[in-house]
Design a protein around this ligand. Structure first.
Ligand code: GDP
Ligand code: IMO
Ligand code: MG
Length: 425
């Protein structure tokens, strides 16, 4: 039996992680977010009812499952409180099941302001961030001047830290960006009120996770973003500011590297990307428009249209390697139902694997063509019912990447899946 299973994205995010985490929580005792912040948007559809989660782990809709926000997550209190209240308004019991690490960095109002000012200044070269303050908050963490959730709980300590850090950021806001500085009192008072709301949920998450392991409970580690948005392994600088790859599940929660039993890599049957940056297999034709339309490809956090293209097996293979993927889950197979021909990129020609945005931009993808099936796979739950050409596509993904496909998702609803090997067993 697997005690801790990591679920993460192998592309540029939005692979369907939330849906799969929610599904697997049926056999989990706890779900843990370990990196990213409310830049994430994880969609759960249960009996046609849609819930989008940003910071709260995708286990919250299963009664009795504990939800943890680990030390590696950057937390924006306003967004977290709003998410808690919205869920509670729809009858979900959150506060008794949600635990927040005191070591998690806080996204403060100046981080959000700086994120947005920088993007404006970059103009055409903008990263296309979610504007949520993610990058500046991680910078403060690494610069060792960040405010952590634990600091919010101590008014005097907070006053001291905030005085120093706000002076620093206000200088940049005023003199580099020529924008309005933030008022200390407003930031401080808001933070104190938020701390009062969150206090009861703050705890030693690492200690609790180890207690779960000692009890032989099962943990689901929920990744955000995707491998190509990883700060080290992604399409830098068009990336997010955390490690989105599997090592983060350990560092962002306090588990040891040897305590991860399984890594489930989620990949769409095609590719999407939101925001700027290189995307070798991006389509600008009718096929791209068809993927966008059938896949309803709009960002779950910002509502921006997602760029669409064919599956890139070269990049997926790298993702399998850097994450140590145990098994793959191919999502949105049903989106390909109408295509006469389906392409997958199987080579970057004689170009070595790109290591910079410039090298990524030079990639000329070489495709292999596969026959489409032109029949509905929507909602299928048995491998035997898949058309032969869909099975051939899955077999090719396995053969190329060297990773077995353990799950296939055939629709957005919790029940629309083919489970070949249960990652939790
Ligand atoms: P996440 O960020 O990885 O959790 O993914 P998002 O929720 O941002 O985006 C995935 C989108 O695809 C959501 O709208 C899901 O409801 C939807 N989705 C997930 N799996 C499937 C699937 O197998 N088929 C279809 N048609 N939609 C899916
Ligand atoms: P989930 O968890 C897709 C992208 C942004 C931008 C880049 C940097 O739902 O898969 P940031 O605000 O993080 O500094 O933006 O990363 N991005 C995502 N794209 N899905 C996400 O999360 C993303 N989170 C960030 O669009 O290109
Ligand atoms: Mg998403």
């Amino acid at each position: 039996m697997k005690k801790s299973v990591v679920v993460l994205g192998t592309q540029w995010g939005d692979e369907g992680k939330g849906k799969i985490v929610d599904l697997l929580t049926e056999r989990a005792d706890a779900v843990v977010r370990y990196q990213g912040g409310h830049n994430a948007g994880h969609t759960l559809i249960i009996n046609e009812q849609k819930t989008v989660l940003h910071l709260i782990p995708s286990g919250i809709l299963r009664d009795g499952v504990k939800c943890y926000i680990g030390n590696g997550v950057v937390i924006e209190p306003t967004a977290l409180i709003k998410e808690i209240k919205n869920l509670e308004a729809s009858g979900v019991d959150v506060q008794s099941r949600l635990y927040i690490s005191k070591a998690a960095p806080v996204i403060m109002p100046y981080h959000i302001k700086l994120d947005q000012l920088r993007e404006l200044k970059k103009g055409k070269q903008a990263i296309g961030t979610t504007g949520r303050g993610i990058g500046p908050a991680y910078e403060d963490k690494v610069a060792r001047r960040g405010i952590r959730i634990g600091d919010l709980l101590d008014p005097e300590l907070l006053k001291d830290k905030l005085t120093q850090v706000l002076a620093y950021h206000n200088f940049v806001i005023e003199h580099f960006h020529q924008a309005e500085p933030l008022a200390f009192d407003e930031v401080y008072q808001t933070a104190l009120q938020q701390a009062d709301f969150l206090r009861g949920m703050c705890s030693d998450v690492t200690g609790q996770l180890h207690q779960h392991l000692a009890n032989e409970d099962r943990l689901l580690m929920e990744g955000a973003q995707g491998t190509l948005l990883d700060i080290d392994h992604g399409t830098y600088p068009f990336v997010t500011s955390s490690n989105t790859t599997s090592g983060s599940a350990a560092t962002g929660s306090g588990l040891g590297a040897t305590q991860i039993d399984y890594v489930l890599g989620i990949t769409k049957a095609y590719t999407t990307r939101v925001g700027g940056g290189p995307f070798p297999t991006e389509l600008f034709d009718d096929d791209g428009a068809e993927l966008a339309k059938r896949g309803v490809e709009f960002g779950a956090t910002t509502g921006r249209p997602r760029r669409c293209g064919w599956l890139d097996l070269v990049a997926l293979k790298r993702a399998v390697q850097v994450n140590g993927v145990t098994g793959l889950c191919v999502t949105k197979l049903d989106v390909l139902d109408t295509f006469e021909t389906i392409k997958m990129c199987t080579s970057y020609g004689d170009q070595a694997f790109p290591e910079s945005a410039q090298e990524w931009a030079q990639v000329k993808p070489i495709y292999e063509e596969f026959a489409g099936w032109q029949s509905s796979t929507k909602g299928l739950t048995e491998m035997a019912d898949l058309p032969a050409s869909a099975k051939a596509l899955i077999a090719h993904i396995e053969q190329f990447t060297g990773a077995p496909v353990h799950m296939i998702s055939t629709g957005p609803d919790r029940c629309e899946n083919i489970l070949l090997v249960d990652p939790m067993q």
